[in-house]
Design a protein around this ligand. Structure first.
Ligand SMILES: [Zn+2]
Length: 502
């Protein structure tokens, strides 16, 4: 039966996607709304997939891509499932989509990635999220009475930060519908909570790590990505100033984790790293399933990390371990560790400042045998890498890993405010009223047992957190223009445009 409204009524389009799990809830919700009077206010095209066909509206089991695009162009209101590709398509055609995510608890998907993804987008105001029938009915009424609120700037208008989903992020999101059927392993009983600081180098990760390390219940251990080579094999200095193998903290950690560091063959670990933990493997690590060979290597690799983190938890007595490795590929690999409750702090710093920092020469003090320097990049190359590295953390968030974005400039401007937000994200209420700052921006740094990283990790005593604007006078204007051009879309997304920070 079809109770079609006259053709001059606005078009309501609903799309549930092609997943083989039926999305019955949303079809029934819309069906009831149409029966309760909605049918006289809209024409409705309803793509219902593997659910039972609805009782009203123009019901289509599936839509071709051309048809979908045509209908989106024509529609006044679009209701979508939480599939990234459909959501992007809605926004591209000027809609603020009304999104009802599929929920694995209702048998509508294999996991909760649509829920995570949709909630994240809703927080950024990119969609209108409805998780209940009531919410959907209210939102539909609102969309019909105030249609302007459900229109967004299309991709031609990149002015505001929220509209500027960068091209790589958009392409990635389009891949996700195909990629994610979601078979991340179930959580272990008592996973160790790890705060992973991710992002491009020279974004201030060492400062952030030092601040976090002063929080009660939080233990910072440096950049473990370099642990195997620089610490286990080369015995470089711990943050406490002692060679790694002489540091009592790390000796105890090695005993608990592996029965002693002698049982860890650093070269074997590095060989394993080469086949697991590299950015070129991110597409495989982001996928729902891995090839069997890859899966067993990843399992071994992250299993060793999980034991390390757990041993740190035991030795330090802390609830959260901070790993400031930064590398995206390690974060993607750690998604597969059942024993790790991974929470990523995606640290961004405006690209000209980062590019300037990469152009300077910095000595690595932990290398005692001969002078060694940290690597350098030209400003343009730094800009290209800045874009690539940050995009990978956008993807990490899109595949369901909890990611909180932190702007370095905000940490410098308001350290107390930023730390409070992080404490919530990491779920350490014990730390909430015991932030390590006094005078709002002075912190007393104590000794930490950190491996690898910026020389600042050796700093102890009082440190005033203050703005670092050297690049504004030191980076030549021509180079600055090139860097900002290369990194434009993400800079807009991160709120660096307009230039209100400089
Ligand atoms: Zn130490």
């Amino acid at each position: 039966m079809s109770m079609s409204a006259p053709p001059d009524q606005p078009l309501l389009l609903m799309v549930v996607g092609t997943d083989h799990h039926p999305f019955q809830r949303v079809v029934s919700w819309l069906d009831r709304w149409l029966a309760d009077g909605g049918a006289s206010r809209v024409r409705c095209v309803l793509q219902y997939g593997t659910a039972r066909p609805p009782g009203s509206g123009d019901a289509r089991q599936f839509l071709s891509h051309e048809e979908l695009q045509r209908l989106m162009g024509e529609a006044a209101v679009v209701v979508s499932h939480g599939g990234p590709a459909t959501i992007m398509e809605c926004r591209r055609t000027g809609h603020l989509p009304i999104v009802v995510p599929r929920d694995s608890a209702e048998g509508e998907h294999v996991d909760e990635h649509q829920l995570h993804f949709a909630r994240r987008l809703a927080k950024e105001g990119l969609i209108a999220l409805c998780e209940s029938e009531d919410a959907l009915r209210r939102t539909l009424d609102e969309a019909l009475t105030q249609p302007a609120r459900f229109r967004v700037a299309t991709s031609g208008q990149v002015a505001s930060g929220e509209a500027a989903m960068s091209a790589p992020v958009r392409r990635t999101a389009e891949l996700l519908d195909a990629l994610i059927a979601g078979t991340r392993p179930n959580r272990a009983v008592d996973p160790v909570r790890v705060a992973f600081i991710g992002g491009f180098g020279r974004s201030g990760s060492t400062l952030l790590q030092q601040l976090l390390g002063e929080l009660p219940q939080v233990c910072a251990i440096g950049e473990t990505v370099h642990l195997w080579e620089r610490s286990v094999r080369d015995d470089e200095l711990c943050g406490c100033g002692t060679p790694f193998h002489d540091c009592p903290f790390w000796r105890k950690v090695g005993e608990i984790a592996y029965g002693g560091w002698d049982n860890i063959d650093a070269d074997a670990m590095l060989a394993l790293k080469r086949v697991v933990d590299r950015n070129r493997f991110i597409p495989q690590l982001a996928a729902p399933r891995m090839r069997r060979g890859m899966a067993s290597s990843v399992e071994r690799y992250v299993g060793l990390y999980a034991r390390l983190y757990d041993a740190v938890r035991q030795v330090s007595g802390c609830a959260v371990v901070v790993d400031s490795s930064k590398h995206a590929s390690l974060a993607f690999a750690l998604r597969w560790a059942r024993e790790v409750d991974l929470r990523v702090l995606h640290l961004v710093r405006d690209s000209p400042g980062v590019a300037y920092s990469w152009s300077k020469q910095v000595v690595r003090p932990e290398v005692t045998a001969e002078p060694a320097y940290m690597p350098r990049y030209s400003p343009v190359w730094a800009g290209v890498l800045w874009d690539a590295h940050n995009s990978m953390f956008e993807l990490l968030s899109a595949v369901g890993t909890p990611v909180r974005r932190i702007r370095y400039e905000d940490v410098l401007r308001d350290p107390v405010g930023e730390l409070s937000g992080i404490v919530d994200f990491l779920d350490v209420p014990e730390a909430a009223d015991r932030l390590p700052m006094f005078d709002q921006r002075v912190v007393h740094l104590t000794t930490t047992h950190t491996v690898a990283g910026n020389p600042m990790r050796f700093t102890t005593g009082e440190l005033a957190v203050s703005r670092d604007d050297a690049w504004q006078s030191e980076l030549p204007a021509r180079r600055r223009r090139v860097v900002t051009a290369v990194t434009l879309p993400l800079r807009a997304r991160y709120g660096y445009i307009p230039e209100r920070l400089s």
